[in-house]
Design a protein around this ligand. Structure first.
Ligand code: FRU
Length: 296
């Protein structure tokens, strides 16, 4: 699998309720559609990278439960390899109950982490790094110390592999991953939690905390996204507006799609400004589709 992209992080079950409006508490609410999907940020980003034509592998923990067959088949249908994922007995897959609200296109996620353990450093150091050109790490607050060791292992054993890191959830500890990526994706929520009211201010602020030459990317939902880099002592920042399909169908995983499309642009050595435009375009396509198949 030479030159493959690897995404390290979560795979979970998403039970997605598609509703015409947000339910009223303590009522019995009928919905037009319910789907059972493979989710998780790194797992979703893998589906998109594979769609874009990359050889793609997911690395995360799996549970030897009744859902394992569904998860394995779904990765295979999306052409994502899971050959190095450890499988644990006596546990369940983390599960999200998701409400997609057709009225305003929000996706509300209630997530239960279950008793599935996080990925250990030994699961990562078993890999043959020669197979990969890009490794993307989903920042997970329960696993920050292990992720830091995995990144250290890559830096010590490969000069060519590029690393991206995603900081999404509002947990202070995730900030420890900021200085470690060649590309760092920081969510609107984490940016606001860190005191930055706009995407431009967030990118500028985080450039100062990241690795020299790092590309900092902040997606800002329906407002679009910004990216930036310090070039010869000057911060260069670009803002890009969101691209909207004719009809918004499914916003679940739009951020994971954006990240994967930006990674794709960088694997292909595009200028990051062009990568930002492309990522906004692909995220716009995704919200016009159910799931991740059919992106273009
Ligand atoms: C979307 C997603 C879902 C999952 C949740 C986990 O970004 O990855 O697929 O249920 O977030 O936080």
């Amino acid at each position: 699998m030479a030159n493959a992209s690897l995404c390290v992080g979560l795979v979970c079950i998403d039970i997605v309720a598609e509703s015409e409006r947000f339910p009223v508490e303590d009522t019995d609410h009928r919905i037009p559609n319910l789907s059972y999907r493979r989710g998780g940020n790194a797992s979703n980003s893998c589906s998109v990278l594979a769609q874009l034509g990359m050889k793609t592998e997911f690395l995360g923990t799996l549970s030897n439960s009744i859902q394992l067959d569904f998860i394995q088949r779904d990765f295979a249908e999306h052409s994502v390899s899971i050959e190095h994922c450890p499988i644990f007995p006596d546990c369940e897959f983390p599960t999200s109950i998701v409400i997609l609200n057709a009225c305003n296109s929000t996706r509300t996620i209630m997530h239960h982490p279950t008793n599935l353990q996080e990925l250990g450093v030994q699961h990562f150091t078993n890999l043959n790094l020669n197979n990969y050109s890009w490794i993307h790490f989903e920042g997970r607050s329960a696993n920050v110390d292990n992720i830091k060791q995995m990144i250290k292992f890559v830096r010590e054993n490969s000069k060519s592999i590029k690393i991206s890191v995603e900081i999404e959830k509002t947990r202070t500890v995730l900030g420890e991953l900021l200085p470690l990526g060649d590309v760092v994706f920081i969510s609107k929520e984490f940016s606001q939690f860190s005191g930055f009211p706009t995407m431009k201010e967030a990118v500028k602020g985080f450039i100062g905390l990241s690795r020299p030459g790092c590309i900092v990317v902040c997606a800002w939902g329906s407002e679009g996204a910004a990216a930036g880099q310090n070039v010869n002592g000057t911060d260069v920042v670009k803002c890009q507006s969101a691209s909207a399909p004719c009809r918004i169908i499914d916003t679940l995983g739009a951020g994971d799609t954006f990240n994967a499309a930006f990674v794709y642009s960088q694997i292909n050595l595009w200028d990051w400004k062009k990568g930002l435009e492309f990522a906004c375009h692909i995220a716009g396509c995704k919200i016009g589709l159910k799931g991740f198949l059919g992106l273009e």
